[in-house]
Design a protein around this ligand. Structure first.
Ligand code: N01
Length: 544
């Protein structure tokens, strides 16, 4: 039974993104003392950091906007079906004002370390201003895509132009994203994931020359964004409660259910008509409401891959360029499908050039730009749209130590081990929201992160009501959960494809370990399990 020391705070929440601010609000509402910490100067998380041109939701705005759906800002008016970054930041700010939680945050502050003190059953948190504080519960809401992946090219520091990662877009004196006028400039974009695919068509419009340095192409499909009229918004608003209930029933909390049929049960003609309908519809439907065996059967997947490849060939005029843009290394949807607006048409412009850096990699940077073989690409601006160290990256960058000083990074060296994707044995009272192996990272985070914050709040209230101050999973519960997460993932076509949700570890003995960071059982199943656990007195947790 751990001894008690009265900590400075009942809880510290790391992160002021959509999940962190809601968690902070809920704890405060329930009479707990809580401190929020964020490295940013204000709320917003992903919407605060990612300010590149073209940055926008690829979830239907009204299906992401939990604070509107839940009644915190029910009056909220969306201007577009897929809102842009500036609108998203306004939305998060409006919800923050309504929840009145800025007073609970220390902004512009990083958590450097969090060490559990066995003798006192508290966490000691060290901040980058040198201050220390203690809390009973440590809750991370650091986001699955916040630790940027910036390649370390030789000579990059010699480059004379501007170079930055997409999530660190240059700011003006007021902290606003600097409008970089690409007119007359020679621009390079490295990376063709969802971010690159949003930036490229916009840069293509004005840049004198745009060079896209592609290592691996992705399967991209049209976003189909449009404005929402006042009349439509009135109707959408009346449906907020229904929308929330509906998305909670779907596997990823996007407003899509899979088609009940297998691809092989449908004639070729009907299949093509079905795919055409999905391709023309706005949003993720082609990925998330395709045939039910899309990510389970290679044959089923090949049908849709062939269909989308055909679309790329139609849309890109130069056949060589089209072939380079068609993925050959992974099934359709085994990686996140970027939603695009005129992405493929960009390659029909005379000022846009696709550079295949898998065939011929960038060797180094020189003063003028990247060098590949004998050619130096003379550039003014280079945007690294090179993605993130997914899910665990943001936690790996904090020195988190649990029982007897064990480091979290060591405990998860071969892949995370958790119970419900929330807690890890040996790290008492530490909860990872939207962390590895829970139902929120592979999900519409606006909804799933919030539902998880509600569940954690209930567990903390249960502990308070029961006079409990210590929780961690049993070894058996953690093993059972972790084994099931790995087994479920292994059954899907995603298992052999590297994406930000796979952790690849190169061991000193030369072996390579690949582990999923996400739970693929679907939101409803995840939440059902969490509710069962709660109903049964939080079975699987040890308390004291
Ligand atoms: O990152 P990515 P992202 N040299 O990892 C390449 C969310 N998101 O920022 O595939 C050269 O998908 C890498 O190549 P390869 C969304 O969940 C949402 O684009 O590793 N290239 C790849 O092409 C998404 O899934 C929205 O061979 C290098 C690219 O960089 C997630 O964020 C919008 C490289 C990285 O693609 C991540 O998307 C945008 C190197 N050293 C993003 N290292 C919304 O719409 C990496 N690459 C809400």
């Amino acid at each position: 039974m751990p001894k008690l020391m009265s900590p400075d705070f009942d809880a510290v929440v790391i992160g002021a993104g959509v999940t962190g601010i809601y968690q902070t609000y809920l704890l405060d509402q329930n009479g707990m003392s809580v401190l929020g910490v964020d490295a940013a100067e204000d709320v917003g998380g992903t919407w605060y950091w990612n300010r590149y041109p073209g940055c926008r939701l690829d979830t239907e705005s009204y299906a992401y906007g939990y604070f509107a759906l839940k009644g915190i800002i029910p009056e909220w008016t969306w201007s577009e079906h897929f809102a842009g970054q500036a609108e998203m930041l306004r939305y998060v700010n409006a919800a923050t004002d309504k929840m009145d939680i800025r007073r609970l945050y220390r902004f512009g502050t990083k958590v450097i370390s969090a060490h559990y003190q066995d003798e006192n059953n508290v966490w000691t948190i060290t901040l980058d201003d040198g201050s220390e504080l203690t809390c009973r519960h440590l809750i991370s809401a650091t986001g699955p895509l916040s630790a940027s992946n910036m390649p370390q090219y030789a000579g990059l520091d010699r480059f004379q132009g501007e170079a930055f990662h997409s999530s660190s877009w240059p700011r003006d004196d007021q902290g606003r994203a600097k409008e970089i006028d690409f007119t007359g400039k020679r621009v390079g974009v490295i990376g063709t994931g969802a971010t690159g695919v949003q930036i490229i068509p916009i840069a293509a419009e004005t840049a004198e020359e745009l060079f896209v340095f592609q290592r691996t192409p992705n399967w991209c499909t049209p976003l189909g964004n449009s404005a929402i009229s006042d009349e439509d918004m009135t109707l959408i608003r009346t449906r907020f409660p229904t929308i929330l209930e509906y998305v909670k029933t779907t596997p990823t909390a996007f407003p899509y259910h899979r088609d009940r049929r297998k691809a092989s049960e449908v004639s070729e003609q009907d299949r093509t008509a079905f795919f055409e309908g999905l391709y023309d519809k706005p949003g993720y439907g082609i990925w998330l409401s395709g045939f039910r065996d899309l990510l389970l059967s290679k044959e089923s997947n090949q049908y849709i891959a062939d269909f989308v490849a055909g679309k790329i060939r139609q849309r890109v005029h130069d056949p060589d360029v089209a072939e380079k843009l068609i993925p050959t290394d992974h099934p359709f949807g085994a990686k996140r499908v970027p939603m695009e607006t005129d992405y493929y048409e960009s390659y029909n412009r005379p000022n846009v050039h696709l550079v295949d850096i898998k065939a011929e990699p960038i060797e180094e940077f020189v003063e003028a730009g990247p060098r590949i073989g004998d050619r130096v690409y003379d550039l003014d601006v280079i945007i690294f749209a090179t993605g993130f160290d997914g899910v665990t990256g943001s936690l790996d960058r904090i020195d988190i130590r649990g029982h007897a000083g064990e480091k979290l990074i060591d405990a998860w060296a071969d892949g995370p081990s958790t119970y419900l994707g929330l807690q890890t044995r040996g790290f008492p009272n530490f909860f990872a929201l939207v962390g590895p192996h829970n139902g929120s990272a592979f999900c519409n985070v606006g909804i799933c992160g919030a539902l998880q914050a509600e569940w954690v709040t209930q567990m903390l209230l249960y502990m308070r009501a029961s006079g409990l101050t210590y929780s961690q999973p049993t070894a058996a519960a953690e093993k059972q959960w972790t084994d099931a997460v790995y087994a479920d993932f292994a059954r899907t076509l995603m298992a052999d494809t590297n994406a930000w949700w796979i952790k690849v570890t190169h061991k000193p003995d030369g072996t390579v370990v690949r582990r999923t960071l996400v739970y693929v059982g679907g939101g409803p199943e995840y939440r059902k399990r969490c509710e069962e656990v709660a109903y049964n007195g939080y079975e699987g947790f040890e308390f004291a």
